[in-house]
Design a protein around this ligand. Sequence first.
Ligand code: SF4
Length: 619
Amino acid sequence: METIVGTSNRVLAVDLTTQEFEVIEVPDIDRKMYIGGKGLGLKLIYDRMDLEADPLGPDNMIAFMPGVLMGTGAPCSGRFAAVTKSPQTGVMASSSCGGPFGMALKTAGWDGLLVKGASENPVYLVVDRDGVTFRDAGDLWGKDTRQAQEQLAKEGEALVIGPAGENLVRFANIASGHRFLGRGGMGAVLGAKKLKAIVAAGKAYKIVPKDPESFDRIKKIATDYINRNPWTSQAQRKYGTLSIVNITRTSGILPVRNFQDGTSDNAYKITGEVISEKYDTRHHTCKPCTILCGKKGKFDGEEMPVPEYETVGLLGSNLDIYDPVAIARWNRLCGDMGMDTISAGGTLGWVMEATEKGLVKTNLKFGSPDGVEEALLDIAHCRGFGADMAMGSKGLSEKYGGTEFAMHVKGMELSAYDPRGSFGQGLSYAVANRGGCHLSATMMVMENFMCFLAPHTTMSKARWTAFFENMWCCVNSLHTCLFTSFAYTTELTIPRFSSWISTLIGMQFMPGILMAAVDFSVIYRKMWQAVTGISISKSEFMRAGERIHVLERYMNTRMGVTAGKDTLPARLLTESRRCDKKNRTVPLDKMIAKYYRIRGFTPDGRPKPSLLKKLGIAA
Ligand code: SF4
């Protein structure tokens, strides 16, 4: 087997219309400025795509980007990114997946795959070290994601869409193994291109770091951090992301009845602790992984993936349903159909409330599982009212009324954290580049999980939101699992040996000092350096994260995003909840102007020309 030292710096660009391909060589300057993964994917698209392209038209491009760490054996590095213009939001979206396709693409010798054009008939691609072959997908079209992957298994590791993608459901996803490029409707982008699947025939190359000694040293430190950190080595490893339910239900940020409340007496039934005991759960993870949060279990005697926290929140408590077996079945059904469970649950939450209010006529009711499975199938196949539900809560509310309880930002449904109990999370939802995304700055982690920031104050929230947005852009470009950050940031010497109260005081009152004193990115930065052999300082690394975030924002502003779109559903700004005796709502206005100032945006939310110049982004 041949060896790639560091990265191949080769991206395969495929045109489905002409059935041709070319190789793009990535220059060193772009590697340093955009890190890899998501960052490089954005840059490739920015340089080549007409930003006015219809997300479901042939001119839209989609990039699949294994990260710099993929194939090196770094902890939790089996993840890859995808970047495209989203049919759900009409602006840029990125997503991260831990399925086996990424490793196969990377070990076929490619640092990325860029797809444009559209085929007249269903096709699939087979990518190997020499390029790509176009194959007829007539007999795959209509198959669900598990069936399609089974059929393609002999040819390599497949990335596939299900019926939802074929039918252009606005929140269709893409599957690789039992993992998904979940958010932003990327499945519909492939469906519109009549691209059923991409198979990567990997194992052609071995990936080795440029500086193996430094890499082994930093890998050992990183692994030790993960193995001693209580979040990564205990909570996540034992109960997976469902370990979060006990935090959100007790801090009043678990969505209940379409975000009408923030906790429920029944929520204990969907906690990781209860589910792991009752349903014989075992590890079922991305590969490689050191944290091991992914789980499968036996539900009514049948082995199925254990739903993630966000799925349990949106298809469970948000519908006032607390039956783990039903939620596990719907989770698997969404996976088979190729649909995002967060947006599916958010959409059904709107439908249940709109039904109660008489805006639409359905048999769906809060607290009742009746009709949910049929509704999910109707959405995936765009049958009857399912064709309307396939537009998501934004499209539904614009057609039938009820925009004030359509729980989305920029068209993407919110995930399972109610920001009335986490003000910084409210800001980060409102300004997140891809819409109602909890992963953009993960402020709920600081406010509610670790309690390093007071959740019901606006103080320092703009500063930390911008900081974490930049840092997570680096992590998603490296690319490694965001959950490593629990360990890689809090196990560093200063945070580890500081008391909780001193960390809270530092974060709340002296964010600038803390950001300067602690190199939170050091593990990520040193891994990148050891793999690529390119030296990068703390400020250059964090500047790269800022560049990636601002480039995405700039592309979005050219696609129509301005300050008015950086907002939250009216419910979160005006309605209080039974679970909160103080009747709080999100004071978004107090945070957003400050956020724009810190970012170097104009008051209407556009990156200033001076900022673009500073970051080297050509306008
Ligand atoms: S921690 Fe979980 S999400 Fe992250 S790489 Fe491991 S299994 Fe995947």
